[in-house]
Design a binder for this molecule. Structure first.
Ligand code: ATP
Length: 353
């Protein structure tokens, strides 16, 4: 459906704002280098204020970078106004025309572009089928549920066949259950339309569920660009490890390539490019270890709670409180508060930073 899948490239992009409190300039986005493949779904992810919306708005043309260049396909676009860029944005607020019906809302952009009426009818009908609003052309948008309004907003952006579709936290006004079903829908529609999508969210599970790649930002800096799996298993740093899923950090020392020492015991652990002898933080995901009567890394149970899918433990290892989720606890030995235990690591789950 899309004319052409376009990639997006940000080269050394920075945006400087003035802090309203201090009056001082600061980098809202600092030296971002981002490459988005044509046809991929990429999510800008990070805590509030990290610069993800500013980055998206610079791609859309609502903000101008102070440094660097943005390319859409091979075309530099810094100098183009938003309506001259081959992008369309889906907003958090939907931004629908309240006194228009669904058909006219979706047709609006095509009418502005002077597309012939019969072609408008065909395109709007096709898109409404794609977003699951077939047969609802005459409903007024102020009579729709939040989820339906979001579908109209998506249809309106898609119908003009942009090279790149931009999403600014599109699901944050929906309730939790609808958010989960709508994100699957957005992913399906993006794949069926075969369009490049850049999506902003601060919800890491949303990002992991829909993205080919995540761009994790913190304080205006891009911390990692990778698949969700790489970010989870091989985070670049403690911030990424902590932001994507839950992470324990256990102090250790690199003994040799892929071996670390914790409490005098050597264990297997991916050490990447760390030097032998380096002090390191070992990333342990809660599902990466279980509790056992025997083993090498000793701990004491401080908290033990049945959660259905897993037994939730807090274990004191040295002076670090380690969170463990032991899945499928039904036929397993359950440890209680105060018991001394050993941690048994799952194969290939430890990663040193
Ligand atoms: P959120 O999830 O809360 O929307 P975000 O990651 O999208 O956060 P941005 O909206 O990109 O963050 O903002 C990045 C930083 O720039 C924040 O510190 C914000 O307060 C600041 N900022 C954004 N717009 C302006 C502006 N027009 N003038 C001054 N500062 C701004």
């Amino acid at each position: 459906m899309a004319k052409e899948k376009k990639g997006v490239r940000l080269e050394h992009i920075s945006k400087i704002y003035k802090d309203p409190k201090t009056g001082k300039d600061f980098y809202a986005v600092h030296d971002a280098n981002i490459e988005i493949e044509p046809g991929s779904f990429v999510t800008l992810l990070g805590p509030s204020g990290c610069g993800k919306t500013t980055t998206l708005r610079m791609i859309a043309g609502f903000e101008s970078p102070d440094e660097g260049e943005i390319y859409l396909g091979n075309e530099p676009i810094n100098a183009l106004t938003p309506n001259k860029r081959d992008t369309a944005m889906v907003f958090q607020s939907y931004a629908l025309l309240p006194h228009y019906n669904i058909f006219d809302n979706v047709a609006y952009g095509l009418k502005l572009r002077k597309v012939p009426a019969d072609e408008i009818k065909r395109k709007v009908t096709d898109i409404l089928r794609l977003v699951g609003l077939e047969g609802m052309e005459n409903r007024m948008t102020n009579q729709l549920s939040g989820g339906q309004q979001q579908r109209v907003a998506l249809a309106r952006a898609l119908v003009i066949e942009p090279g790149v579709l931009l999403f600014d936290e599109p699901l944050s006004n929906l309730d939790a259950k609808l958010r989960v079903s709508m994100r699957t829908e957005i992913r399906r529609i993006q794949q069926e339309a075969g369009i490049t999508a850049v999506y902003v969210t601060h919800d890491q599970s949303e990002a992991m569920a829909i993205s080919d790649k995540v761009i994790i930002m913190n304080g205006g800096l891009v911390e990692q660009i990778s698949t969700p799996q790489e970010a989870y298993y091989y985070p670049n740093n403690k911030f990424v490890a902590d932001f994507i899923g839950e992470a324990n950090f256990i102090k250790g020392t690199v003994k040799k390539q892929d071996v670390v020492e914790i409490q005098g015991t050597e264990i297997e652990c991916a050490t990447g490019s760390l030097d032998v002898g380096a002090e390191c933080d070992i990333v342990l995901r809660p599902e990466g270890a279980t509790l056992s009567d025997t083993g090498s890394i000793k701990g004491c149970v401080k908290y033990s709670c049945f959660m259905g899918a897993y037994q939730d433990y807090h274990v004191l290892v040295g002076d670090t409180l380690v969170k463990i989720q032991d899945y499928n606890p039904k036929n397993k030995k359950i440890y209680n508060v105060g018991e001394d235990i050993f941690l048994k690591f799952e194969n290939d789950t430890l990663y040193a930073l």
